[in-house]
Design a protein around this ligand. Structure first.
Ligand code: MEV
Length: 301
């Protein structure tokens, strides 16, 4: 199997995680695969993101690739051409950029015979993530490297959770891409406008996340679903939801989901719905598709 970076969904706590609140996330089976081979010049090819033929270029992709090469523990590396197969939609909130960064790092490491821990890879991927997102919490990079169901606090190692029952999720994609940088900046403006109100929302999200962790550890899908719904209210108050996301969330709940919310940065991108059985998952996915959106099912443990 070629080197892999994993996509993720955030179960609860997105955006608040940037300010130090824990977030809960689940790794997806989908992600990015990459390979590296000797070449005349360093290069990166990753359709539909683009191609880098000259590391000195000003594009974000060239700067991010350059940052990984310069920060490699064995730098300077011999010239390598990395080719990536991107199996996630970009800008959808599924951690595509972090998955790509992690896959590229693992491909470079494989080519030079370096073995690195998941934690080291997540740390090195931050140089890549900062180029695209400005002020990332590190959650996407950690999930892309580790996978599983985990709790993440900014600046701390990822903590894998003891999942009593695998989580069954339906992911609905609005098809409207959005920028993590812009959404994170939008939330920062809300904090500047009313810091006290913002802090109350952070505290409320922190409480939801703590309870959601207990629900996951107890295998209580009903409680987890309700907590996801409450998180969605707070995220909409930060202006992160859209009509398409609300339509999918409403359809999922009406079709029997235990809870539903946007996932990731919002402003477009994806939502997740929690279901308990395969049949429920199929009904919820069909309800989302009936609105004209795409949906897929995922299991996380
Ligand atoms: C993006 O997947 C998650 C955000 O919380 C930003 C971050 O954690 O860096 C919106």
């Amino acid at each position: 199997m070629s080197p892999f970076g994993r996509g993720k969904v955030i179960l609860l706590g997105e955006h608040a995680v940037v300010y130090g609140v824990p977030a809960l996330a689940a790794g997806l089976e989908r992600g990015v695969r990459a390979t590296a081979r000797p070449a005349a010049e360093p290069a990166l090819a990753c359709a539909p993101w683009g191609t880098v033929d000259r590391v000195g270029d000003e594009s974000d992709l060239a700067r991010a690739f350059g940052a990984l090469l310069a920060g490699h523990p064995d730098a300077p590396l011999p010239p390598l051409r990395v080719e990536a197969d991107v199996g996630l939609p970009a800008g959808a909130g599924l951690g595509c950029s972090a998955a790509l960064g992690v896959a590229v790092i693992r491909a470079l490491d494989a080519a030079v015979g370096r073995a690195a821990s998941d934690a080291e890879i997540a740390e090195r991927a931050m140089a890549w993530e900062r180029v695209f997102h400005g002020n990332p919490s590190g959650l996407d990079a950690a999930m892309a490297a580790h996978g599983g169901v985990a709790s993440y606090v900014r600046g701390q190692p990822l903590e894998r959770l003891d999942v009593r029952r695998p989580l069954r999720l339906v992911v609905g994609d609005s098809g409207e891409p959005s920028s993590t940088r812009a959404m994170v900046e939008g939330v920062a403006h809300q904090r500047e406008r009313d810091a006290a109100r913002f802090d109350r929302a952070l505290e409320a999200i922190g409480t939801l996340v703590r309870n959601a962790r207990l629900a996951i550890e107890a295998g209580d899908a009903h409680a987890l679903g309700q907590l996801m719904d409450l998180n969605q209210h707070l995220l909409s108050a930060w202006m992160l939801s859209t009509t398409a996301l609300e339509d999918m969330i409403g359809a999922a709940r009406a079709a029997g989901a235990k809870g539903a919310k946007l996932t990731g940065k919002g402003g477009g991108g994806c939502m997740i719905a929690l279901v308990e059985t395969e049949e429920e998952g199929a009904r919820v996915a069909d309800a989302i598709r009936a609105l004209g959106f795409t949906a897929f099912e995922a299991e996380a443990r």
